[in-house]
Write a protein that binds this ligand. Structure first.
Ligand code: HEM
Length: 442
């Protein structure tokens, strides 16, 4: 324990240095965070104009920020600034008792019974889509956009209960425009800007969904939209119409880019490590099923290890912002109120104090024997933690396993010799070149 508590003071950097650091924090949060931590320690304050940023490093910082035991940190105030105009009132943009109330009702969409139905509805669609990726024996494929459209197609079924058709296409297009506008470079909503287009697309989706609520409430649909329309907490409380719409749009966004990102990094890792691709193929074959069923998910143990390792090396959300409502202490420093407090899953995921050879792809580090993730309860945090821990993590794992199951059954894939995926780590991790691979039919 430190003997005395000091005020945290901003690091000194001139205008151009601040600009360089801001750019770096966007383009390469790993290098940026390693630079800050090595040069300034585990708590680093930066002033950018009138804004105060406090970067906190290490698994203890993750525990403090994510557990948020004394409700010092607000998710709403942080995320409202970042995505609040496009995804207002989403679950992640709520705090305290309001957040707990909304999360309790939403649980209905993630119960085992609902998940089984989602898997059954997705299985044939995933099978048919993936089987059509190539008609020739060998072909190049751009992985990232392929997964993006696949997860969007699956979302239309699972989240909205829509048959593929014109309406689903219109909604998918509106959704893509909305997501593209969630963190715009020019945050101005004037005609023609990305943000303006995003707000228009969101309004279109809101109207479209609002018009369906009455029928969805009365019906017995098994898609997430229908389930949220009927969901109640233990006291019988239900979402209002507008709350349903806000939640479903947010859920689609939260699911879409993160799952696409994880599938992409797993595909890359398996292309670079064909031994692991063969191991997963063996695992999928050993299940002895043509179509993935719910009971087989837990048997995909090695797929699970690869997923965890991909999430360690390429966490879709490399940083997690919170906003301090009050001053608090961290490792001998007072962190002031009204600061953007940023923790870094990506930094912790590469710390040598928790991981053996952290730059090496080694799924077995998550095996029961080694269990490196147990060296600290907050050293592996791709799904965050505490009250805001990702509600969709089992859904994500199910969808990822389904897609990989179909991919492995149909194809083997590789990347060019010496290829290294250029990663854009922020706002959601993705390859800058869309990840070109060569697919070969099995
Ligand atoms: C591999 C895929 C995914 C990753 C890495 C991921 C990651 C995360 C992270 C880091 C957070 C917490 C952010 C914070 O602390 O402020 C979060 C929250 C959330 N995620 Fe996910 N997510 C994934 C997939 C999904 C899916 C598939 C869904 C929905 C089906 C989903 C729905 C949500 C929701 C609703 C929240 C807000 C939870 C709350 O605030 O209580 N996510 N996710």
């Amino acid at each position: 324990m430190p003997d005395s508590i000091q005020e945290l003071t901003p690091i000194k950097s001139g205008f151009f240095e601040t600009l360089r650091l801001m750019k770096k924090s966007y383009n390469n949060p790993l290098e940026h965070s390693q630079y800050l931590q090595e040069n300034h320690g585990n708590a680093v304050m930066q002033k950018v104009g009138k804004f105060t940023f406090v970067h906190l490093f290490g698994a203890d910082a993750n525990r403090l920020a994510l557990l948020n035991q004394d409700q010092i940190l607000s998710n709403k105030k942080a995320w409202d600034r970042i995505i609040g105009r496009i995804f207002p009132n989403g679950l992640m943009l709520r705090d305290g008792s309001d957040h707990r109330y909304h999360r309790r009702i939403m649980q209905a969409g993630f119960k085992n019974k609902a998940m089984k139905v989602y898997l059954d509805s997705m299985a044939k669609q995933a099978h048919d889509s993936i089987a059509e990726w190539t008609s020739s024996n060998k072909q190049q494929l751009l992985v990232y956009p392929t997964f993006k459209s696949l997860t969007l197609e699956l979302a239309a079924t699972i989240f909205l209960g829509m048959e593929l058709g014109d309406d689903a296409k219109k909604i998918s297009r509106a959704f893509e425009t909305t997501v593209a506008a969630s963190m715009p470079k020019i945050p101005l909503a004037i005609p023609g800007t990305i943000l303006w287009k995003g707000i228009k697309a969101r309004n279109f989706m809101c109207d479209f969904f609002l018009a369906q609520i009455e029928a969805k409430r009365a019906g017995n649909g098994n898609d997430m939209f229908s389930i949220l329309c009927r969901a109640k907490d233990e006291d019988g409380n239900q979402y209002t119409d507008q709350e349903i719409v806000d939640h479903i749009i947010f859920l689609m966004m939260a699911a879409h880019d993160t799952t696409t990102s994880t599938l992409t990094s797993m595909t890359y890792a398996l292309a670079k490590n064909p031994v692991w691709q063969d191991r997963l193929y063996e695992e999928v074959q050993s299940l002895g099923v043509d179509s993935l069923d719910y009971d087989s998910l837990d048997k995909m143990i090695e797929t699970d290890l690869v997923m965890k390792e991909a999430l360690r090396m390429y966490p879709p959300l490399s940083t997690l912002p919170k906003y301090s409502l009050k001053a608090f202490e961290f490792e001998g420093f007072t962190i002031p109120a009204d600061s953007m407090v940023v923790t870094y899953p990506i930094h912790t995921h590469y710390m040598e104090s928790y991981w053996d050879e952290p730059t090496v792809f080694d799924p077995l580090r998550f095996s029961e024997d080694r269990a490196e993730q147990k060296r600290h309860p907050y050293c592996w945090v791709p799904f965050s933690g505490g009250a805001h821990m990702c509600i969709g993590l089992h859904f994500a794992s199910m969808q990822i396993k389904l897609v990989l199951f179909e991919m492995l059954k149909h194809y083997r894939w590789s990347v060019a010799d010496g290829y290294e995926m250029p990663v854009q780590q922020s706002p959601i991790s993705k390859p800058k070149d869309d990840l070109p691979i060569v697919l070969e039919k099995r």
